[in-house]
Design a binder for this molecule. Structure first.
Ligand SMILES: [Zn+2]
Ligand SMILES: [Zn+2]
Length: 95
């Protein structure tokens, strides 16, 4: 396991600790595939896992990384494509 990889996992642990309020934060060990069912690509050394800051699920590079303002963080954070699309559609319940 490379130094960089260990660094990333320790970073995630710190974030994990700070994100107790999240309803669900998928453990890294729980999945080997992207949470986007359309994508479903397998994780490996060159396809790293990323947590969506909104839904807490794990996605691959392709399905994660779009920035959007998420209220609980008071800033723009990287989220998955699925959550990003929700941000693009006006929520009829929020009015
Ligand atoms: Zn998401
Ligand atoms: Zn994916």
């Amino acid at each position: 396991m490379s130094y960089i990889y260990q660094n990333i996992t320790s970073m995630l642990k710190i974030e994990n600790y700070n994100l107790d309020w999240l309803p669900y934060w998928q453990p890294n060990s729980e999945t080997d595939k992207c949470s986007n069912t359309i994508c479903n690509s397998e994780f490996g050394f060159f396809n790293s896992k990323h947590h969506c800051r909104e839904c807490g699920k794990i996605y691959c590079n392709k399905c994660w990384g779009k920035m959007a303002y998420v209220g609980v963080y008071y800033k723009e954070v990287p989220i998955c494509d699925i959550c990003y699309n929700k941000h693009m559609i006006p929520d009829p319940e929020k009015k």
